[in-house]
Structures are given as structure tokens and as C-alpha cells.
Ligand binder design. Structure first.
Ligand code: HPA
Ligand code: ZN
Length: 324
């Protein structure tokens, strides 16, 4: 079964490129850029990666991203992730990036997007992996700052497949960003948003109704509202679920409690993703394997989850069909 899961063709739709920064590369970039790190060695990093909730993780994740300085750094980060995709039979990936994490530190938008985009082009040519880029707004910052980054991104619009919303969910509901998402829609950018990870079902409703998102990232708290589950099912709104992330951040205390397979059996369009693989103990295949080991996921369920990942992607219909 593990061999089957590893070789099964799949797409990944919920991956933060900054969250794929492995400790080894973090040390290498810190040295290259002459920057201090709060960790003596790799063991100290492993010790630090124990989180009680989303915010515990985000504090460490943003601090680590500070080693990314040059265009080459962003290239190396992205290329390392795409090589993993090749090993894991990920044929297509939709990659989140958080430009505000970098522009706030004085790194230019061009440095970030040019480094990432060059790696995406090389992966297409050398590894045969297709990818799309989704720009996320940091929801703990203001709507004005989100609007500013959207304006800054507009010359690069052709390189973006959509916009998203991430970072600290509680206290930063979707409606804070209604106007920003309206502007993105006017620019022709489809939307997704993190909702229902730590936040309540109401955040999922508002992401759908106010931000007009095409997919919900995480969304696992939808089960608290039966009417919402019915709408997600009826409209086949994809949920990009991240099992290992959810257990590491204590959304579920144990993988045996995870609701992804129940949602799948109810007919909800769920997919499996890694979120921040360098922090949560694995890439997409480790997430599939965890579902097999803790929840006895069947082969048929795994195949359905993988099919959902292609169907839920932003690829044009023809390209989707070719991968299915
Ligand atoms: N939730 C919110 N923001 C994030 C996450 C997440 O799981 N990963 C990276 N930024
Ligand atoms: Zn995420």
C-alpha cells in the first residue's frame, strides 16, 4: 500500500513555499547570508518544532523565513520542493507564497517572485512538473496592507493563478478582506482562503459568500454546521485538507480523530496536502501514509482523493483531463 501511495499520480493544492524550508537549507542560507539563527544545530531545530497551536508555529515559521534574502535563495527553496514533488509522483502543484513576510523585511517583491518563478519554469522543463502560483495575504496585517501588496503585484499578474488568505485565523475573519478580494476579482484572479482550521464554520460561510472563494483551505471545522457540509457537498467546493498539519497544530489531538475520510464518504470534495512539510513531519505522501496507518484508508479512498486533487486544481479543463 505504501508503494502504491508513493507512486500514485497526484496534485498538491495547499503548500506554502516558505513552509518547505528544510532545516538543512535554513542553516545553509543563514551561513550564505551571514545571518544568526536561534538554533545551535539540527537537533535544536527538531526540539523547537513542537507546537500547541497555529500561532506557536507561525512565530517560528516567520522567524525562519528571514534567512531568505536573494533571488537565488527563493530559487533554491522552490527547486528543493519541486524535486520532492518529482520523488512523490506530484505531477502538478499550486504553490502559496507570502510576499508580505518578505517585503516587510525590505526584500523586494521582484526578488521573491522572480526566484520562485524561475524554479517553476525549470521544473516544468527538467522534471515535467506543472505548477501555479497563488499569492497569499497575511490576515494578521491590515486590509490596507493587503491592498498595497495587491497593487505591487499587479505588474506580475500574469505569473499569478490566484490569491489566498493565510496566517493567524482567529480574530481575523474573512470579512476583514472583502474589498481586497473584490479588487482581486476585478483583476481576474480567482480566490481561495484558509478557513475553518482554528476558526469556526462561520468563517467558511463568509469566505464563500463574501470573498467568493473557489476552494477552502483546511475547512475541517465545517462539520460543526450540517447545513454548511450540505452546501460544500452540493456545490462540490474543494477543501484542501492537511492531515499532518492538523495534528501537529492540535486541530485534532490524534490522527485517529481526523475527519477527512468521513467527509470523503459523505461526498465532500476533499484533497490531501502537506501545508508546511518542513515543519509538520512530511510531504504529501507522508500525509497519505498517515491516513492509511491511523484510519485504514482504503486504496479506493486514496484514488478518489488523488482524483479530487486534479479536479479541484486551477488547471484549464484540457490539461486537467490529460492528468486524470
Ligand atoms: N494556517 C494559516 N497560515 C499558514 C498556515 C496554516 O496552516 N501555514 C502557513 N501559513
Ligand atoms: Zn496553509
Amino acid at each position: 500500500m505504501i508503494d502504491f501511495l508513493t507512486k500514485m499520480p497526484k496534485a498538491e493544492l495547499h503548500l506554502h513555499i516558505e513552509g518547505s524550508l528544510e532545516p538543512e537549507l535554513m542553516f545553509e542560507l543563514a551561513q550564505r547570508n551571514n545571518l544568526p539563527l536561534p538554533y545551535a544545530d539540527l537537533e535544536a531545530v527538531r526540539q523547537a518544532y513542537q507546537f500547541g497551536n497555529l500561532q506557536d508555529f507561525l512565530d517560528i515559521y516567520y522567524a525562519s523565513a528571514a534567512v531568505l534574502i536573494t533571488e537565488q535563495d527563493f530559487y533554491d527553496l522552490t527547486w528543493a520542493y519541486l524535486k520532492k514533488c518529482a520523488e512523490q509522483s506530484v505531477l502538478h502543484s499550486e504553490i502559496f507564497f507570502d510576499p508580505q513576510t518578505h517585503t516587510q523585511r525590505g526584500i523586494s517583491f521582484a526578488t521573491v517572485i522572480n526566484g520562485i518563478s524561475r524554479a517553476l519554469a525549470d521544473a516544468k522543463a527538467q522534471l515535467g512538473i506543472s505548477s501555479l502560483l497563488i499569492m497569499c495575504f497575511l490576515r494578521h496585517l491590515s486590509a490596507e496592507e493587503a491592498m498595497q501588496i495587491l497593487v505591487e503585484a499587479s505588474p506580475y499578474k500574469a505569473q499569478l493563478a490566484g490569491v489566498g488568505l493565510d496566517s493567524s485565523e482567529l480574530g481575523h475573519p474573512p470579512e476583514k478582506f472583502t474589498e481586497v478580494f473584490e479588487m482581486a476579482a476585478e483583476m481576474g484572479l480567482p480566490a481561495v482562503a484558509h478557513a475553518g482550521e482554528e476558526g469556526p464554520a462561520e468563517y467558511i460561510w463568509n469566505a464563500l459568500n463574501l470573498l467568493k472563494v473557489r476552494r477552502i483551505d483546511h475547512g475541517v471545522r465545517c462539520v460543526e454546521d450540517a447545513e454548511l457540509v450540505a452546501v460544500l457537498k452540493e456545490k462540490q467546493i474543494p477543501l484542501t485538507v492537511c492531515p499532518l498539519s492538523n495534528t501537529k497544530l492540535k486541530v485534532f489531538q490524534d490522527m485517529s480523530e481526523h475527519n477527512i475520510l468521513d467527509l470523503l464518504e459523505q461526498g465532500v470534495n476533499v484533497t490531501v496536502n502537506s501545508d508546511d512539510p518542513a515543519y509538520f513531519g512530511g510531504y504529501v505522501n507522508e500525509n497519505f501514509i498517515a491516513l492509511f496507518e491511523a484510519l485504514s484508508m482504503s486504496r479506493a479512498q486514496a484514488v478518489k482523493l488523488a482524483q479530487n486533487s486534479f479536479k479541484a486544481s486551477f488547471l484549464p479543463q484540457q490539461e486537467k483531463q490529460a492528468l486524470l
